[in-house]
Design a protein around this ligand. Structure first.
Ligand SMILES: [Ca+2]
Length: 399
């Protein structure tokens, strides 16, 4: 489920301020600290006391939170499972059913219907699984029983504010184990910042009101920079001899500059003749599909800081709107790497002087650029994509 990524990465931004995890016996005193902040933000004391009455930490959530994925995610597996034929068909059906509403929202917020459908499809399979955890208990547990105290304390305060505004009762307010709520899996803080009462009944209801859910998603996307015009991303073909070390989300050029290098849309049509900053990425390495990332990709990444998630949004949106599927298949041997083998790879790259960060088992931009330096040294295409083959060659080279 996507909220996992979202929470992990949002939380990382507040890690500097996070206090130590507290023992279970301190749960009540932790709640009192949260209560003080909620009072400061105008939540009535009796409402807070009712919301916290009988509240205990949920061990299931603590267990789920401590799990770390054993393997890295690959483009083929992630996009293959999240952009299914069924999800495309359902998205088209839901878009047709809600056409007038979605057109009105597009006119107001500049977000095309297929994007709202793509987020809805990826977040909850069009409202099919919104989560059944009590949100106040989830975020209070995560605030008081994990290391991400500041982030989730604020989420708890925002959840209390939602109750204070009578949008939902404590028992009705359900979500994922990590506190993501409703059709679009908004965190309480996102709800408070971007939620919209589109149907005008006086309550923001992201569970049962589609007008509220869709308008809130569009309001959020516009708020984080989504603009009408270019899509978030699209598949491209690279010319023979394209320098693979230029294919990285950290390298930006005007769209026109990529076109001048011979980059075309998949299928051979020219790229748009514009100067918007854009990047090329190879999410499954040089043998797989290439994508150009336009400025709206950053807005999508703001919703969820996972490149694969953001690519899936663009691919799903395009096909919901009747556009083509991705043409280039990923290589069949692009296998996920275990955390252990990524750690092994990082420490060997460090011994070569190519990698100076902590060997954390997560292949981010610094790992990719270290892999590129190694690939150049041994004469491989420098796509920076970590594969079992790269790991094997490193093991042979650095002992
Ligand atoms: Ca409403």
């Amino acid at each position: 489920m996507t909220p996992l990524w979202k929470i992990a990465l949002l939380a990382a931004t507040t890690a500097l301020f996070a206090g130590p995890a507290v023992a279970q016996s301190d749960f009540q005193s932790c709640l009192q600290t949260i209560k003080a902040e909620a009072l400061r933000q105008g939540v009535p004391a009796n409402l807070i006391d009712r919301a916290f009455q009988g509240l205990t930490p949920d061990q299931k959530i603590i267990d789920l939170d401590s799990r770390q994925p054993e393997f890295s995610q690959t483009y083929a597996k992630y996009v293959g499972s999240s952009v299914s034929a069924d999800r495309i068909a359902k998205g088209q059906q839901r878009m047709a059913q809600n056409r007038a509403l979605l057109d009105a929202i597009q006119a107001e917020y500049g977000v095309p219907p297929q994007y709202i459908m793509a987020f809805w499809g990826l977040e909850t399979n069009y409202g099919g699984f919104m989560g059944d955890f009590q949100v106040v208990r989830s975020v209070a547990t995560l605030a008081c029983m994990t290391k991400r105290r500041d982030f989730f304390s604020n989420e708890t305060v925002q959840a209390l504010r939602i109750l204070a505004l009578n949008h939902m009762t404590r028992d009705q307010m359900r979500g994922s184990w990590a506190g993501a709520m409703g059709n679009m899996q908004f965190m309480p803080s996102t709800f408070m910042k971007w939620g919209v009462d589109r149907d005008g009944n006086g309550r923001i209801d992201l569970w049962t009101s589609l007008p509220d859910s869709f308008a809130s998603a569009a309001n959020y996307l516009r708020g984080v920079g989504f603009r009408p015009g270019l899509p978030s991303s699209e598949e491209v073909v690279l010319p023979q001899g394209f320098p693979f070390d230029q294919a990285d989300s950290t390298i930006e050029k005007p769209v026109r500059a990529w076109a001048a290098m011979g980059v075309k849309k998949a299928g051979g049509a020219p790229l748009p003749n514009v100067d918007e900053p854009s990047s090329i990425i190879l999410p499954a390495g040089w043998r797989g599909p290439a994508f150009i990332l336009y400025p709206n990709f950053k807005a999508v990444m703001n919703w969820n800081r996972s490149t694969l998630y953001a690519l899936a949004v663009g691919i799903l949106a395009r096909q919901i709107a009747g556009g083509p599927a991705v043409m280039q298949a990923p290589p069949a041997d692009d296998e996920p790497l275990s955390r252990d083998s990524i750690v092994d790879m990082q420490s060997r790259l460090a011994r070569l002087g190519f990698y100076t960060d902590e060997a954390d088992g997560l292949a981010g931009p610094k790992t990719r650029s270290a892999v590129r330096l190694f690939q150049k040294q041994v004469g491989l295409p420098a796509d920076g994509h970590p594969t079992p083959d790269v790991v094997r060659r490193l093991q042979q080279t650095v002992r």
